[in-house]
Design a protein around this ligand. Structure first.
Ligand code: AMP
Length: 283
């Protein structure tokens, strides 16, 4: 695996591939890699000629400075993991490399998507996400970029930007990878105590409860009520939102829209001082 820390060196390396009509797969990450990230790399390896992973803890997408400070950065372990899945290229820029002093200010109008759920709870988060992803796309010029369903709204935001700006690439959303007991893999899970991890497990349990009830014919809103009363009894879980939505625009469904298919159940919660998100699609 080749490692680049500057835009110029990475671009020079990749231009040789794109000029030979080779396809470039791209997996942007913030590091602290786990099987979720590695699955994205594996998808990219299968679908494209060369796979580029970036690791960059992007300061502009953190609305909480303490969260940025505490974000895990186990870079040596990350490099070994990427080597273990034969990732071709790692881009590992510094903050100064991505945000030089003369950098243009960024604002991208995301409409409603920036004002609901994650957009509402984390003001400025998707501005930071689109800012860094736009920059990374511009450097890597991928044929396909891979994103996890774990960050469902983020996938929608990036697709919206790609469509609006007519960026010449395809996005592929990859299913959420979970621990054997169901907890969605997340770089933030390492910050959970063992008790916190047990409490966090109730989130995926609630999502699977809804899916199971739904598949047996319970109405989605009734299934949600049952999951909410289960979560109510779990100590230490503080929900920020928990909603059943239309996956095309993330609007919350009401009683009249219960026959809509597919649906997505989205949630965000604080457990043990850690903010976690998860979702499940109901077909
Ligand atoms: P992050 O490093 O958290 O910014 O995530 C980088 C990419 O990995 C994003 O596209 C995430 O959606 C994806 N990702 C994170 N966790 C998972 C997971 N458990 N399963 C699948 N993809 C994931």
């Amino acid at each position: 695996m080749e490692i680049f820390t500057t835009k110029i060196a990475l671009k020079a390396h990749l231009s040789a591939f794109s000029s030979k009509d080779k396809t470039i797969g791209f997996v942007p990450t913030m590091g602290a890699l786990h099987e979720g990230h590695l699955t994205l790399i594996e998808y990219s390896k299968r679908a494209t000629d060369i796979t580029v992973c970036s690791i960059f803890v992007n300061p502009t997408q953190f609305n909480d400075p303490a969260d940025l400070e505490k974000y895990p950065r186990p870079i040596e372990k990350d490099v070994a993991l990427l080597q273990s899945v034969n990732c071709d290229v790692l881009f590992l820029p510094t903050v100064e490399e991505m945000y030089p002093p003369n950098d243009e200010p960024w604002f991208f109008d995301l409409g409603r998507l920036d004002k609901i759920w994650e957009g509402a709870k984390r003001p400025g988060h998707y501005q930071g996400v689109t800012q860094v992803v736009y920059k990374l796309f511009d450097i890597v010029k991928p044929s396909i970029a891979f994103f996890g369903q774990k960050d469902f709204q983020q996938c929608m935001v990036i697709q919206y930007m790609v469509d609006k700006l007519h960026l010449p690439l395809r996005l592929q959303m990859v299913d959420t990878v979970r621990d054997a007991d169901g907890l969605a893999k997340s770089s933030r899970n390492v910050r959970l105590s063992s008790n916190g991890r047990k409490q966090a497990l109730s989130l995926s349990k609630a999502l699977f409860m809804i899916k199971q009830a739904f598949e047996k014919g319970t109405g989605p809103l009734q299934a949600k009520e049952e999951a909410l009363s289960f979560l109510d009894k779990v100590e230490g879980v503080e929900l920020e939102y928990f909603a059943i939505c239309n996956p095309s625009d993330l609007s919350e469904i009401d009683r009249k829209q219960q026959d809509l298919r597919p649906l997505v159940v989205i949630l965000a919660a604080w457990v043990d001082g850690v903010r976690l998100i998860d979702n499940i699609v109901l077909k």
